[in-house]
Design a protein around this ligand. Structure first.
Ligand code: 13P
Ligand code: SF4
Length: 333
């Protein structure tokens, strides 16, 4: 490992300094020592392994601003995974995201720093459930949210994310679509298409906890502010929001419009990451933590690159079928 850690370059030093500057308002000087050491080691290991770090928008600022090469929503991470020429992909996010990267790159090593980083939506449905829905609604196309296992993707006609769900639904033939497994996202899409949406009963354990009463309370406390929400939130929350979009669309909305004060109804780290990029915007914190996303930290990213664990594997036959669903989605612009 020593040889790997020696593989330093001038650009690593520049990146470390840049990371320190970006994290200045978030990580106090007194805590920088250990964080800086981990970031430095990860930057060197990445170079030595020819690895790329893809990090979801819910990763903590030290990961998001410190070591990630690409940050984004599920759609951006899938697109980047499809085009990277790195030998190793370290996915800082949850398991379905790493599986999607592996499905798109069967010949590459895809690592996730903690294998237990799951997702309540992915756990809410099995491949047998999808087959059952097909049998109940013969001839109706099946779109599955990317927050699902490879086995579930393998049973679908196409995948979607919160960033392209409407377009994906509109791309399918016929007047109905089976849309699985997020009931609230399905409901949101149903309000934006003429197609009949046949839904499942999966929920995100993080977003289902927001209520319209939370919004009313914050509006009362803070006066004029913009409320933007992820479409995994319940319908009454989405109805009370000023904008609804994927994590990348929410970030872009704040960075482009620069509202004086905004409430992001999503995972807590999003607000931290957006605050670092839009310091003139006041972020009102009324967020929920995703325990799965929070399993990833600098220490296990470093260990992951040192020991090349945990490699994500997908059965080749399932991966081939799942790849068709993911690639059909990526073809839609
Ligand atoms: P995005 O695709 O919008 O990033 O959402 C992923 C997710 O898990 C939200 O909870
Ligand atoms: Fe899954 Fe919800 Fe966590 Fe996103 S926030 S990874 S949907 S549990």
């Amino acid at each position: 490992m020593a040889a790997l850690a020696e593989a330093v370059s001038a650009s690593d030093g520049t990146r470390l300094e840049a990371a320190r500057r970006r994290l200045a308002g978030i990580i106090p000087d007194t805590e920088w020592g250990e964080v800086g050491q981990d970031i430095d080691a990860i930057l060197r290991l990445k170079r030595a392994r020819n690895a790329v770090i893809l990090a979801h928008n819910y990763q903590t600022p030290d990961i998001y601003h410190g070591v990630a090469d690409i940050v984004g929503d599920s759609l951006a991470l899938a697109r980047e995974a499809a085009r990277t020429d790195a030998d190793v992909i370290v996915l800082c996010g949850v398991h379905f995201m790493a599986e999607t990267a592996k499905i798109l790159n069967p010949g590459k090593t895809v690592l996730i720093p903690d294998l237990a980083a799951g997702c309540s939506l992915a756990d809410s449905i099995t491949a047998a459930d999808v087959r059952l829905m097909r049998a109940r609604h013969p001839g109706v196309p099946v779109a599955v949210y990317v927050n699902t296992s490879a086995e579930v993707k393998a049973e679908a006609d196409i995948c979607c994310t919160s960033g392209n769900a409407e377009k994906v639904v509109e791309s399918l033939p016929g007047e109905a679509v089976i849309f699985l497994p997020d009931e609230y996202l399905a409901n949101w899409v149903a309000g934006r298409t003429r197609k009949r949406i046949i839904a499942w009963h999966g929920h995100c354990e993080v977003h289902e906890r927001f209520t319209a009463a939370d919004i009313a309370r914050v509006r009362l406390e803070h006066g004029r502010l913009d409320v933007i929400a992820h479409p995994e939130c319940p319908p009454d929350v989405l109805a009370a929001a000023d904008f609804v979009g994927s994590t990348a669309q929410m970030t872009d909305w704040v960075k482009t419009r620069r509202p004086p004060k905004v409430l992001l109804l999503t995972e807590c780290s999003m607000s931290d990451n957006v605050a670092a990029e839009a310091p003139d915007v006041e972020l009102v914190r009324a967020c929920n933590l995703c325990p799965h996303m929070k399993r990833i930290d600098l220490a296990n990213i470093r260990a992951s690159l040192e020991t090349m664990t945990h490699a994500v594997e997908v059965d080749p036959e399932i991966a081939a079928r799942a790849r068709r669903s993911v690639e059909r989605m990526l073809e839609i612009r």
